[in-house]
Design a protein around this ligand. Structure first.
Ligand SMILES: [Zn+2]
Ligand SMILES: [Zn+2]
Length: 407
């Protein structure tokens, strides 16, 4: 190579390096996209905002509903937050439904492709919680580690080398006590209440924070009004989590990305910084009434987790108001395989299911107070975990998820 040729080659190499660096810089920009699954549904405001409140506290109206998850492209890797709803399942809807998804936009994998990503590209999945509309399509990601809080993973009996039971050992993140750093700018944060192992994801992008919160609220109205939904496993923890979420948003410029309202997509498109008014917390749940002994089967509402004791499931759930479906009369649960192990799982399928195959004695409050029912749910879960109570849905679920999980 003569001198002239050398300079020419070196110039090309330098230019190549420069372009390469520019390309790398451009690629490392954080990008969040919605994975759009359903749209055009509704939810009743009492369902989205009536958690822990006496009946009639919420002025009823229909709010918009949809279903979407989110995908984070860090520039170095593709990270999913939740994996939608099982493609083959249909959601029973009637005029009394308290929440519907609306019309299907796409199945999860097609929706992910529409957002520009193939399942094989995904390196990590962060699960906010165990419910079927957040874990439904875990089976499609051969190269991904599944991060899920230990509590939820144990509940679902998840197995496989690709399951990372997360204990949130990286200390506090801002005003949240427990977090795990997943990648530069991506934090997985323990935020219990909706379920006991519930978590959220916060993504940092320059000055902005993006909060992908699963079901901390079903709709932004609940966030603005400082209200909980009727779906919770631990009411005091859910209240504490909502308080921290609101405090975070007030202190940091945050785009709030919801799962169950089209506002999640609209906030993302507009990069809208959420502004929160000062709103008083709801008064603590009403005091517990004296208990009366009852015996029978414990029936658990698959939408909100409310427990009922008796020979038959109730016509309407006293907490979430979802009417029972005809199939529940036969104590047959046609989609039982999608119920995660415990009471509030299988959300959006209104089917009362017995949690025990034999009658049991169980004390129950004579009047329904939501805090109390939440406590009972915890007790029941504890018994189920200890294995002293038979729960047929648990058995079938674990086998389904074992087949989902690549080991
Ligand atoms: Zn949920
Ligand atoms: Zn959900």
């Amino acid at each position: 190579m003569n001198r002239r040729e050398f300079i020419k080659t070196a110039g090309v190499v330098t230019l190549g390096l420069m372009l390469d660096r520019k390309f790398t810089e451009a690629k490392t920009q954080m990008k969040i996209s919605a994975v759009k699954l359903f749209d055009g549904g509704y939810m009743m405001k009492s369902f989205a905002c009536g958690g822990g409140l006496p009946e009639g506290s919420i002025k009823e109206e229909k709010l918009r509903s949809s279903l979407q998850n989110f995908v984070i492209d860090t520039g170095k890797e593709i990270i999913l937050v939740d994996t939608g709803f099982p493609a083959e399942e249909k959601i029973p809807v009637n005029e009394n439904s308290v929440i519907t998804f609306g019309d299907k936009v796409k199945d999860y994998v097609d929706a992910l492709k529409a957002a520009g990503y193939a399942p094989e590209q995904v390196s990590k999945i962060l699960i906010t919680h165990k419910h079927a509309d957040h874990t439904g399509e875990l089976r499609h990601f051969p190269n991904a580690k599944i991060f899920i809080s230990r509590i939820e993973a144990d509940d679902m009996k998840l197995t496989g080398d690709n399951v990372v039971r997360t204990d949130f050992t990286d200390g506090a993140y801002k005003n949240f006590d427990k977090s795990q750093k997943i990648a530069d700018g991506v934090y997985y944060i323990f935020a219990p209440g909706h379920t006991k192992g519930n978590s959220i994801v916060i993504v940092e992008d320059g000055e902005k924070f993006f909060m992908i919160h699963g079901d901390v609220t079903y709709t932004d109205e609940a966030l603005l009004e400082n209200k909980l939904s009727v779906v919770f496993e631990d009411l005091p923890a859910a209240r504490d989590t909502l308080k921290r979420v609101r405090a975070f948003i007030k202190e940091n410029p945050t785009v709030y990305l919801s799962t169950h309202t089209p506002l999640g997509c609209e906030n993302l498109d507009a990069q809208k910084i959420m502004k929160l008014p000062d709103v008083e917390e709801d008064a603590p749940a009403a005091e517990v009434q004296p208990e009366e002994k009852k015996s029978g089967t414990i029936w658990v509402c698959s939408v909100c987790g409310y427990e009922h004791v008796g020979d038959e499931p109730p016509e309407v759930c006293p907490r979430c108001k979802q009417p029972r479906l005809p199939s529940a009369k036969n104590k047959i649960c046609p989609i039982k395989k999608f119920f995660p192990a415990k009471n509030s799982a299988g959300i959006f399928f209104q089917l009362w299911r017995p949690t025990t195959s034999r009658p049991v004695s169980f004390s129950i409050a004579s009047k329904i107070f939501f805090a109390r029912s939440s406590m009972k749910a915890s007790k029941l879960s504890a018994r189920q975990s200890s294995g002293s109570m038979k729960c047929f849905s648990r058995i079938s679920l674990s086998s389904v998820f074992e087949s989902f999980v690549i080991s």
